[in-house]
Each structure stands twice: as structure tokens, then as C-alpha cells.
Design a protein around this ligand. Structure first.
Ligand SMILES: *Cc1c(COP(=O)(O)O)cnc(C)c1O
Length: 460
């Protein structure tokens, strides 16, 4: 499979390159040149497979020729051995709702599903070279812990995780900062997640710096993240056994729900993808009104969705604009210069064909956590709660699956203050509270962060 950028279709890249780079050299996002399509009879065959085998069938063509099918199978098998449930993910009924539990991995959030595999892909690449890799990642709370769990103690890799200082949950911070591995550096940036993401994107765009440290990235702008997330959309369809299926997806950077869009393009009979945002509602505003205009980031009960610059949306634009990279460039230039862009009526209509979007306030989030607990004695985390609220709004409960993106224990303070009940600690978090936290606080100056990373190159 060859890849190109949303902003330039003339240059082709192999999987290995787009995996290592994360972001295209022109600042665009990587897109596979072709999309693997499954027919109805193909779907029938996929239905019988285990989660690991399903993953292999869905992603193999995207990784070829960097990896052959049998190599992919080894990587995936190894990656999912750490999950609490052999099925990797789990579709459960919560009253009338269908919930896909995606938080059975080592750091209790859906991001483990892609990240554990990504860790093992790095290991494969490292066998071929002695060159150390520096992975720089921005996190709104969960990407960081998933990356750390996947990459800690790996040879020849250093990981720098930037999180917004005091803007993630205590549990999210502790999971990241108590790991005690020498190759992991946690940096608290005085600013928002968008500030962290901007620093990482600018470092990628700086060719000299990127090459000096052999920089790589695992944020959701990396296609590999998206690719692994496509799989559970298929899995849900096979388990729910309806002719057509909708998904409600708690959304921030538009990565997870974009994976659903890919699944639809690959032939899965998806009706609507329902975007649930918190009060940082740029995606809801864009999908419903066509104006992509970042505002100031607001604190909320669902910190992993406190995002105003939703990077993966550029991938959807690429398709909505009929793969016209010149038009994508125009919109991105407008965003840079005027701080917004507008979509015309036709484009909005096209997007609405596949997506619905709802904004969920903190009050509605709390009410939903409460309602699900009092009706069904089931805990949901604040992110997942936005998905429940959106599905209620859409009136498509029966034929839909809500993606459960984090374990409620990760947001203990919120859940306990809302329900006044105790949650059982999941096995992954045993010993957590006794370990000492370690992180450095930096201001949002990109040069400070670069200096910090360069200084750490001598440590091992
Ligand atoms: C990352 C995250 C999201 C948002 O996912 P995107 O792919 O950025 O849209 C939602 N919920 C939780 C718990 C997360 O960690």
C-alpha cells in the first residue's frame, strides 16, 4: 500500500515511512491511496474470526510490503496478550443500550488497543537499526499512559510525553508519572492540550530537529492508530447482528470516529456515526453549521476530549472535498491565517450523510452517569457518558453501539462525587498509589521543550 498526504498527492510513501513520521512533511496527514473493500460475502467470512485474526485481515493490506501477513499476526498476537479479556474488547448490554467496552487494556482506555501493537511495531523496526528513536507525544490524558505502557523499557527508544499541567485527572497523571522507567520523560506544559499538540506538530515540521533526534510520533494523527481502531467497528457489527449499525463515539481529536468512517468506506453497513463532544464543541459546530473555528479550551469532566483543534478532521475533509488536495490546502491556510474556515452547503450535506453531532454539557454528563448507575447499577466514565447522552438525542438506541472509551475508575473523583458509590479498583492499577511521581514542568515555549529533549540525549 502506498500513502500520500492530504495536502500533496504527488509524493508516495511506504507504511514504514508513514509510521515513523506520523505527520506528512508538508504538515498534512497521511492517507492510504486505496481503501480495502469487503463485500457482503467477505463479511460473512470475517464474522467467524477471533479478534486477533480479524485485526490481521483488516490491516494486512495497509502494512504491506513493510510487513507480511504472518509478521502482522505475530505482532498482534503478542500485543493483545496483556488484555484482561481474551476477546480484547467486549460488547455488553446496559439496559436498552449496547456498550462496547474498549478499556480492558493495561491503562484502562481505548487507546491501548492501537498503542500496544504500535509498541511492538517499533520493536520490529529497531531490530534493523542501532539508531535511537525519540518518540514525542502530546496527551490530553490517555494517549500518554497508553504510549508509556506500550514503550517503557524498550531498547533504543526514549519517550517524551507532554501533558497540560493540572488539566488531566489525578489518576491519569499518576498512571503516567509513576512508571519509573528510565526511557520515559513526562513533561507538564503550562497550557492546554492544544498547546501541547501544537509543539509536537511544529517539531515534526522542523526537518533539522526531527532528523537530529530521529523523531517519531504516536499521536492519533499517526495512521497506525486509526488502522487498529477500525477493527472494533467490524467486531461490533458481527456481535450486534443487525443489518445496519450506528455508533456513538465520544470525540476529541476525531481519531476514533474517523476509524469508524474508514470502516464504512471499507464496506461495513454503518448508518450514522454519532459524534459526541463535550463543551469543547468545535466538531459539533462544524458538522452542524459548517464553521470550523477553534475557541478557547474549556475545562470539563471529560478531559481527554478538551480539544479545539481536531487534527484528524483534515482526513475527513480530504474525502468530503473529493480528494482535492488544493482545496484542503486552501482551508488549512485559512485556518492558519484567519483562524477559521467555512464549508459550503454541499460539503456540509455530504458530511451529514455519514455523521450526526451533539454537544454534551458537564451537567448532562453527570445526569447520564447518575441515570445509568441508578437504573442499571453500572458505572460509566464521563467520556463514555457523553456517548450515552448523544445516543439518547439521536433516538437510535436499538441499532447503535456506544463506544466505552475509558474505565470509570480512571475518573474516580467524578464518579464518586456523582454517584456517592465506591468503585472496585481494576487489577491493572494495583500498587499504583504507593509509587513516587516523577515529571518536569515547562512553559509552552517550543524552544524550551526542544532544549529539554536534546539535554536528555546523553542519559540512558
Ligand atoms: C482520547 C479519548 C477520547 C477521544 O478520542 P479521539 O480519537 O481523540 O476523538 C475519548 N475518550 C477517552 C477516554 C479518550 O482517552
Amino acid at each position: 500500500m502506498k500513502y500520500y498526504s492530504t495536502r500533496n498527492k504527488k509524493i508516495n510513501f511506504e507504511f514504514e515511512e508513514i509510521f515513523q513520521r506520523g505527520l506528512a512533511p508538508d504538515g498534512g496527514l497521511f492517507i492510504p491511496k486505496m481503501i480495502k473493500r469487503f463485500s457482503k460475502s467477505d463479511l460473512k467470512k470475517l464474522e467467524k474470526l477471533s479478534y486477533v485474526d480479524l485485526t490481521v485481515e483488516i490491516i494486512a493490506s495497509y502494512c504491506y510490503p513493510t510487513f507480511k501477513k504472518n509478521q502482522i499476526k505475530k505482532i498482534v498476537n503478542k500485543s493483545y496478550s496483556k488484555f484482561r479479556n481474551k476477546k480484547v474488547v467486549n460488547l455488553v448490554k446496559v439496559g436498552k443500550y449496547n456498550l462496547l467496552e474498549l478499556y480492558l487494556g493495561p491503562t484502562l482506555a481505548f487507546k491501548d488497543i492501537a498503542m500496544q501493537c504500535i509498541g511492538n511495531i517499533y520493536e520490529e523496526f529497531n531490530k534493523k537499526t542501532d539508531l535511537p528513536t525519540n518518540i514525542v507525544v502530546a496527551t490530553s490524558g490517555d494517549t500518554g499512559s497508553a504510549a508509556i505502557s506500550a514503550l517503557n523499557n524498550r531498547k533504543n527508544i526514549k519517550v517524551f510525553v507532554l501533558h497540560p499541567h493540572n488539566k488531566i485527572s489525578k489518576m491519569q497523571r499518576k498512571i503516567m508519572t509513576t512508571i519509573g522507567s528510565k526511557n520515559i520523560y513526562n513533561i507538564a506544559i503550562k497550557g492546554t492540550f492544544d498547546d501541547c499538540q501544537k509543539i509536537v506538530k511544529e517539531m515534526f515540521a522542523d526537518d533539522i530537529f526531527r532528523q537530529t533526534i530521529n523523531m517519531s510520533g504516536v499521536n492519533s494523527i499517526n495512521w497506525a492508530r486509526i488502522m487498529f481502531q477500525i477493527v472494533y467497528y467490524f467486531y461490533s457489527f458481527f456481535k450486534l447482528k443487525k443489518n445496519r449499525i450506528n455508533f456513538s463515539v465520544p470525540t476529541g481529536n476525531f481519531g476514533d470516529v474517523y476509524a469508524g468512517y474508514m470502516a464504512k468506506k471499507m464496506g461495513l453497513p454503518i448508518g450514522k456515526l454519532i459524534v459526541a463532544t463535550n463543551e469543547n464543541d468545535i466538531l459539533q459546530r462544524t458538522i452542524n453549521k459548517g464553521e470550523y473555528k477553534p475557541r478557547k479550551v474549556k475545562a470539563s469532566l471529560s478531559p481527554s476530549m478538551n480539544i479545539q483543534v481536531s487534527s484528524n478532521f483534515e482526513r475527513l475533509l480530504f474525502y468530503a472535498l473529493n480528494k482535492d488536495n488544493v482545496k484542503v490546502n486552501q482551508l488549512m491556510n485559512s485556518l492558519r491565517e484567519k483562524k477559521y474556515f467555512k464549508l459550503n452547503h454541499k460539503i456540509i450535506k455530504k458530511i451529514k450523510n455519514d455523521f450526526l453531532a451533539f454537544r454534551v454539557t458537564d451537567k448532562q454528563t453527570k445526569n447520564m452517569i447518575n441515570k445509568i448507575y441508578s437504573n442499571y447499577k453500572f458505572f460509566i466514565d464521563p467520556h463514555t457518558a457523553t456517548g450515552f447522552h448523544a445516543i439518547d438525542q439521536s433516538k437510535k438506541i436499538n441499532t447503535s453501539v456506544v463506544l466505552g472509551t475509558a474505565h470509570p475508575y480512571k475518573f474516580l473523583e467524578t464518579i464518586q462525587s456523582v454517584t456517592r458509590k465506591k468503585i472496585k479498583k481494576p487489577s491493572q492499577l494495583k500498587n499504583l498509589s504507593n509509587r513516587k511521581e516523577k515529571y518536569d514542568i515547562l512553559n509552552g515555549e517550543i524552544n524550551n521543550v526542544k532544549k529539554y529533549i536534546l539535554n536528555k540525549q546523553h542519559e540512558n
